[in-house]
Design a protein around this ligand. Structure first.
Ligand code: ATP
Ligand code: MG
Length: 562
């Protein structure tokens, strides 16, 4: 199959790795996934995880999980635990290689001292605003700080005192001494350390100076002897700086390769924005099933297999683009179709009385669990005189080509019998309250010897045995394909879809769903794939999230493209 081929297909990253191995630059492949624990992982991170762990697997190499925990102001233990859970759940294993950038703080400090001694770094007293102003722009060269030419001795002394806590936040920084006129703004004496008197989740109050990302990141890769440091495109302009640091220090030098980050329609991906959605109450938390987080998708019912398949299909590229959300949903359906057992649940019930069915009889009818999987076996569902069908499946005045139930029409009840509608009962407001039907006892199992045609097949539940369940239906969290497309003065929250969550409290399910376990996935016939909620579901109060509908818009899009 096409997907199988894709997996082994080459891409520009593998070509670079192949060249490095053939040319002898490296004799092994060692990658890493380096999240900052300042939020939950999202589907974009999943792409990076699949890529980094996938390459290690393919080249018989290794992949580290490393927390880039260099900013104590934004980072939290909760995020560390969630990230560990999510990467494991996706199906990847870092063995004993779980690392923290904060474990390298002492070594980074020593490297900084080394640069100071070489005359390549200095302590600056300019304020943050002044540094920004002195930095210049793309068209205007930067200006050198008046503190730039402090002696090595003075810099060593001041840097040590910075570490000891003698100065307040923002009073001093350590900067690399490179070139204030460089065409690359990243090379204009970037800040390496800033003073933050804050407790760190792992190092506590041991440090009050913290390394900047651009100083720390390349060193972390070097210390772990990462061969291929794979990152997103926005770091391309930072590469000369990472190269400069590593070359000055003469330490192990990984190769950095940049690829385009994943963007998805109807989705915001930056952690800063996801945090706003959580903090401002637009969603119930990081794991809200509408969130593009791995925790949210897990709760929604997406499988790790589907997410990994998605990552394979989108591949890696050097140019930014936006992937259609429908492709992700297509991967989810594709996977769940093969393994989700079928069940019958009526969301909006309409009572049907089968007049010619014996009053107290209950039949246990056999129903296949999954037509796509011969090993999935069968179950039984009770059938009796009073059943419920979906209100939507009945029309008093049926339009042309209406194959569902209507007065005088015959339909098939899935796994059961043919029924014909004879009478519609309404209340004083004209609302339909029940239907009277007759069944054909010869049609048990859904066919008759005379071979007469019945086009519509409806799902149903038996009234006496059905159990009430709560069903949560979701739409995209944003109304626009590009949530950032807003009027002046608005931000992405203006595009939030007010109908992204619909809670259905009327639903009735076949009794076997009593046994559903949190996280278990099903196809509810004709309604979509559903997952028992990981947090709120219990046998007493069953709750199912709709993972995805059955309609595959991607298949249509793909057809059009061909
Ligand atoms: P965000 O911008 O969403 O806040 P980030 O890049 O700040 O994400 P990190 O924790 O620093 O988040 O990211 C860890 C790794 O995941 C990095 O290597 C980063 O390049 C990668 N990554 C983040 N977002 C995406 C994305 N949308 N597509 C692919 N890779 C991503
Ligand atoms: Mg980041």
């Amino acid at each position: 199959m096409a997907e199988e081929n894709n997996k082994k297909q080459s891409n520009f990253i593998k070509q670079i790795i192949d060249e490095d191995l053939a040319g002898g630059r490296f004799d092994r492949v060692h990658t890493r996934f380096p999240p900052e624990p300042n939020g939950y992982l999202h589907i974009g991170h999943a792409k990076s995880i699949c890529l980094n762990f996938g390459l290690a697997e393919e080249y018989n190499g290794k992949c580290n999980l490393r927390f880039d925990d260099t900013n104590p102001l934004k980072e939290d233990r909760e995020y560390i635990d969630a990230i560990i859970e999510d990467v494991h759940w996706l199906g990847f294993d870092w063995e004993d290689r779980l690392f923290f950038a904060s474990d390298y703080f002492e070594q980074m400090y020593q490297y900084a001292v080394q640069l100071i001694k070489m005359g390549k770094a200095y302590v600056d007293d300019l304020s943050a605003e002044e540094i920004k102003e002195y930095r210049g722009t793309l068209t205007k060269p930067g200006k050198e700080s008046p503190y730039r030419n402090r002696s090595v001795e003075e810099n060593l002394d001041l840097f040590e005192r910075m570490r000891k806590g003698e100065f307040k936040d923002g009073e001093k920084v350590l900067r690399a001494k490179i070139d204030m006129k460089s065409g690359n703004l990243n090379m204009r004496d970037p800040v390496m350390y800033r003073i933050i008197h804050a407790s760190h989740p792992r190092t506590g109050n041991k440090w009050c100076i913290y390394p900047m990302y651009d100083w720390a990141h390349g060193l972390e890769d070097s210390i772990e002897r990462i061969t291929h440091s794979i990152c997103t495109l926005e770091f391309e302009d930072h590469r000369p700086l990472y190269d400069w640091f590593l070359d000055q220090l003469g330490v192990f030098h990984p190769r950095q390769i940049e690829f385009a980050r994943l963007n998805l329609t109807y989705t915001v991906m930056s952690k800063r924005k996801l945090l706003r959605l959580v903090e401002e109450g637009y969603v119930s938390g990081w794991d809200d099933p509408r969130m593009p987080t791995i925790a949210g998708m897990r709760r929604r019912g997406y499988s790790p297999e589907a997410i990994r398949d998605f990552a394979d299909r989108i591949g890696v590229a050097k140019a930014n683009s936006v992937v259609d959300f429908a492709l992700l949903e297509h991967c989810v359906r594709d996977d769940l179709n093969k393994r989700a057992e079928r069940r019958m649940v009526v969301l909006n019930p309409l009572k049907v009385i089968i007049d010619n069915y014996p009053d107290d009889q209950v039949e246990e009818l056999e129903a296949e669990n999954n037509p796509e999987d011969a090993n999935a076996g069968t179950r039984t569902v009770p059938f009796s005189k009073i059943i419920y069908i979906e209100r939507e499946d009945f029309r008093e005045e049926a339009p042309r080509k209406w194959f569902r139930l209507a007065p005088g029409k015959e339909v098939r009840l899935k796994h059961a019998y043919y029924i014909t509608c004879n009478e519609v009962i309404k209340d004083e407001n004209g609302q339909i309250v029940e239907l009277h039907c007759t069944y054909d006892p010869q049609s048990r199992g859904g066919w008759t010897q005379d071979g007469r045609k019945v086009k519509g097949t409806l799902h149903w539940v038996s009234a006496a045995q059905a159990i009430p369940v709560e069903v949560r239906l979701y739409e995209h969290l944003f109304l626009k394909e590009n949530p950032e497309e807003v009027e002046e003065g608005q931000d992405f929250t203006a595009n939030i879809n007010p109908n992204s969550l619909k809670i259905i409290k009327t639903a009735l399910a076949e009794p076997g769903l009593k046994e559903a376990k949190p996280g278990q996935r099903f196809q509810f016939l004709r309604q979509g794939y559903f997952c028992a909620d990981l947090k709120d579901h219990s046998a007493e109060h069953p709750v199912f999230n709709r993972t995805v509908t059955l309609r595959d818009s991607w298949a249509r899009i793909e057809k059009k493209l061909k």
